[in-house]
Design a protein around this ligand. Structure first.
Ligand code: CO
Ligand code: ZN
Length: 347
């Protein structure tokens, strides 16, 4: 007799706890160290090898068992967007520029924490001359509560990440900073736990610097030399007031990508994912994202090229410190990965 079955509730609670730990960890692009340490401890014993490459990508490889296996790379990025100090003015306000796709409207009024732990308020210069002016990065400043440049606790080049605590909303929806893409990181970890047997040699790649332009994934894939690549990352939704016009909605299941700005998903791989979801009764939706890219775009173009696809987690307010995802969608993504990877992939 084996161990008693883990109840669905206990599994959900463990998953929520992991998501909270991952999202609340500091990790702007290039400063993924704390996230990497956390991932490394979570996946201990779950891989045949774990390495960190020169850029900082964490690559956990599982050897395949049985026949019909292929080399498959999965990628979720560890980094989050942030701010970097560009200069400090005489009155002690730090001026900043972006690390990745910061939206000034989303940043204003929030808090930012720097590598040394210093926290500041993000203010916006007022434009009395043009009340309709939409804030830009150059309008933003960080206020540490000091009055002189000499008292500012950060220096030029210091990097900060947004503050946005994890909160459980009703209906199994979760809100936090950095759901992009710690939710993908959590899905990869959970997949490693649940995938008992696979014919494939799988590289679980926890990548760096995605938000700066998919910089880590290409080199990581080059080293592994995959035949098939899949990114696991968030996508936008079309279900908010006057929101983006797109078919994806929160709670409607794993989003199987068809296209985004950087990738036309190989139709053979897209159709296989749809078939696996249908066969296993996993809720899914098809996704076309008109503004955004994932690590799959770079992994596809490595070496002689790879068959590329992407499983997306629907997420509201992407790049705001209050990103919202649905736990049911998260579970659908894990189930879809496990269903796809436990069988041979014939395309
Ligand atoms: Co992003
Ligand atoms: Zn992302």
């Amino acid at each position: 007799m084996g161990a008693p079955p883990v109840s669905a509730t206990r599994m959900r609670n463990a998953m929520k706890q992991l998501i909270q730990q991952l999202t609340e960890t500091f990790g702007p692009s290039g400063y993924e160290d704390a996230v990497r340490d956390l991932v490394r401890s979570e996946i201990a014993g779950l891989a045949d090898s774990v390495t960190v490459d020169p850029m900082g990508n964490l690559i956990a490889i599982r050897k395949g068992r049985g026949r019909g296996g292929r080399k498959v790379a999965l990628a979720a990025h560890m980094d989050e967007i942030g701010l970097i100090v560009s200069h400090i003015d005489a009155r002690g306000f730090a001026r900043v520029t972006n690390v990745g796709g910061v939206r000034p409207l989303y940043a204003a009024g929030n808090r930012v924490r720097f590598t040394n732990g210093a926290i500041g308020a993000i203010g916006v210069e007022s434009r009395r001359d043009n009340p309709n002016h939409i804030p830009t990065l150059t309008d933003l400043y960080v206020d540490f509560g000091v009055s002189r440049a000499a008292d500012v606790p950060v220096r030029v080049g210091d990097v900060g990440g947004f503050v946005g605590a994890f909160v459980e909303l009703s209906g199994n929806r979760l809100m936090s900073k950095s759901m992009d893409d710690r939710i993908g990181v959590a899905i990869l970890i959970e997949t490693m736990r649940r995938l008992k047997n696979s014919p494939h040699e799988i590289a679980f790649m926890f990548t760096v610097q995605e938000e700066l332009g998919l910089r880590g994934a290409g080199p990581a894939a080059f080293t592994f030399e995959p035949e098939i690549v899949l990114a696991v990352d968030v996508t936008a939704t079309g279900d908010t007031p006057n929101g983006t016009r797109m078919a994806v909605a929160l709670g409607d299941g794993a989003a199987i990508k068809a296209k985004d700005t950087g990738l036309l998903v190989d139709p053979r791989l897209r159709d296989l994912l749809v078939k696996r979801a249908t066969d296993a009764r996993i809720p899914y939706q098809l996704e076309v994202l008109e503004g955004g890219r994932t690590d799959a775009a770079e992994m596809q173009l490595t070496r002689g090229g790879a068959i590329a696809g992407c499983i997306s987690i629907p997420c509201r307010y992407v790049h705001a410190p209050c990103e919202v995802v649905d736990l049911g969608d998260v579970e659908a993504c894990v189930n879809l990965l496990v269903a796809t990877l436990s069988k041979p992939i014939e395309l």
